[in-house]
Design a protein around this ligand. Sequence first.
Ligand SMILES: [Zn+2]
Length: 249
Amino acid sequence: MYFYIEGLVLKNMDFKEADKIVTVLARKEGKLGLVAKGVKKPKSSLRGVVQPFCYSRLHISKGRGMGLITQGRVLDFYGSIREDLDKTLQVVYLMELLDKCTADADPHPRLFDLALSVLQYLDSEDSFPLVIRWFELRMLTELGFGPKLDRCIRCGQSEALERFSISEGGVLCRGCGVSSQAEGLELSGETLAVLRVLAARDLDFLRRLRVSKRALQQVENLLERFLAYHLERRFNLKNIIKFLKDDNL
Ligand SMILES: [Zn+2]
C-alpha cells in the first residue's frame, strides 16, 4: 500500500546502522512510527524531512510491519525557531507533550492544528511568554481535561475565587478553599484572569497581554502540576532544558 501523510516529526531514534525510526503526528492519521531507511547516509534525500519539528509531506510504503518512508518534502522547517535556543527548547517540550499525550493512530486534527499554530507563531514572533501555556491549556481541553475557571467547582459561586484544586480540576472560592488548604494552589486575581484569557482567546491575542512575573510563574506551576496529575505523566520543562543545555543539543 502506498500513501502520503502530512505531519509533524515529533522525534527520531537510531535504528540499525543507517536507519531511523521516526515518530510523526499527522493531522488525519494521528501518531505513526515509520522507518526511514538509509537516512544516516550523508547523501540520503530523507535527512531533512525527518528532523524533529519539521512539518513534512511523507510518502509511505506499507506492508504488514511499520511503514517505510520512501520520499518526502519539507512543508515548513521553522528556520527562525532553529536559530534561537530558547524557542528551540520550547518546541522540544511541545514535541514531547504531543508524543506523550497522544496514542498511536488516534487522530486529533484540532490538537494538530493548535500545535501547528504555535510553531507558526514562534517562528514569526520575538516574544512568546505564554504561548506554551496557551497550548498546554488548549491541549488539556482538547483531551477532555480542561480546568473549570468560571465558578467554584464545589459550591458554584463566582465570587472570591482564590484557590485552584488540582485533583478536582478547577477554581475554589475562599470558603471552600479553606477546607482544602493542603492540596489547593494559591490563585491571584491576575493569574485567574490570565488562565481565562488562555482558555478563551486566540493565540494572536497574546501579543496584547501584559502579565507580571508572579502570575507567569503561578500559571506555569499550576499547569505543570495539572498536566502531571491529569495525564499521569510528569512533564518538567526545567528538567528537559537542563538535559539539553548540559550538552545534548
Ligand atoms: Zn465554593
